[in-house]
Ligand binder design. Structure first.
Ligand code: NAD
Length: 265
């Protein structure tokens, strides 16, 4: 999708934008003219390569903040830095996320804590810090990257499903609180998207069941997603960009599936 520079003068902060969906969203919002604050973990080389990729197509200024989304103080400081540098955060995309798959009775407690912290609590902390300036400005966009697992469950994903259902609830609640102030709050609920997070899951399933990666793909993806293919990261980014448009001003409090009919079943 090509984007006209409709976001010139706006500033977007995209958590977890060194990879996958977050990187695609940072890239497209940058192409659309926004300044973008990127964030994420990873080796210095990977982080640098993600920043270079976004800078090579962006029209606004691109910066990076290494906040660990498990840490509320890091999150508050990241929003404060962005507001100091750019005046305010107009668009907040809460995207950072991790996954762990195990039966609930074997689920490592520290993995539960990390998933709830990164996939759910970080959304609360970022929203509570960024919303006041959006309300003062009378314009803002909060886009939470949830999951089909915000709407339905799968076995062995207790922490992820709980966190993503929580994101859906938080999205609706904040949308109601912000509705009169020009700030929209929505969640995008993707099915299986072609990113490292899914690739790792396919590797794990193939190893655990001693099957090929193709068989793992059939068991994990085809069984859930009637379209029978992984979703592209650019498909998710395109919806995020649309939600930033003034034409989307009345879409708020929505949990919007892009899931190849997974949750239609
Ligand atoms: P990914 O692994 O490619 O990227 C995850 C990003 O989050 C990376 O930039 C990583 O550095 C960052 N991150 C992880 N832990 C962090 C931490 N503690 N602090 C800061 N950043 C951290 O994953 P993805 O598939 O692009 O997933 C992005 C989001 O989309 C997640 O919230 C995920 O749950 C959601 N999602 C993904 C899929 C899918 O099929 N890939 C489907 C539905 C929802």
């Amino acid at each position: 999708m090509t984007a006209t520079q409709t976001l010139t003068g706006r500033t977007a902060l995209v958590t977890g934008s060194t990879s996958g969906i977050g990187l695609a969203i940072a890239r497209l919002l940058g192409v659309a003219g926004a300044n973008v604050v990127m964030n994420g973990l990873g080796s210095a080389e990977n982080v640098e390569s993600a920043i270079t990729e976004v800078r090579s197509v962006a029209h606004g200024k691109i910066t990076f903040n290494a906040a660990d989304m498990r840490n509320p103080a890091d999150i508050a400081s990241m929003i404060e830095c962005a507001e100091t540098e750019f005046g305010q955060v107009d668009i907040l995309v809460n995207n950072a996320g991790i996954q762990h798959v195990a039966p609930v009775e074997d689920f490592p407690a520290e993995r539960w804590d990390d998933i709830i912290a990164i996939n759910l609590s970080s959304v609360f902390h970022a929203v509570r810090c960024a919303l006041p300036a959006m309300k003062r400005a009378g314009w803002g966009r909060i886009i939470n990257i949830a999951s089909a697992h915000a709407l339905v469950a799968s076995p062995y994903k207790s922490a992820y499903v709980s966190a993503k259902h929580g994101v859906a609830g938080l999205t609706k609640t904040v949308a109601l609180e912000a509705a009169a102030g020009g700030v929209t709050v929505n969640a995008i609920a993707p099915g299986f998207v072609d990113t490292p997070l899914v690739s790792l899951q396919l590797d794990n399933v193939a190893r655990a069941h001693s099957v090929s990666r193709d068989q793992a793909f059939e068991e994990v993806v085809l069984a859930s997603q009637p379209t029978g293919r992984l979703i592209g990261v650019d498909e998710i980014a395109a919806l995020a960009l649309y939600l930033c448009d003034d034409a989307a001003a009345s879409i708020t409090g929505a949990v919007l599936p892009i899931d190849g009919a997974w949750t239609a079943k």
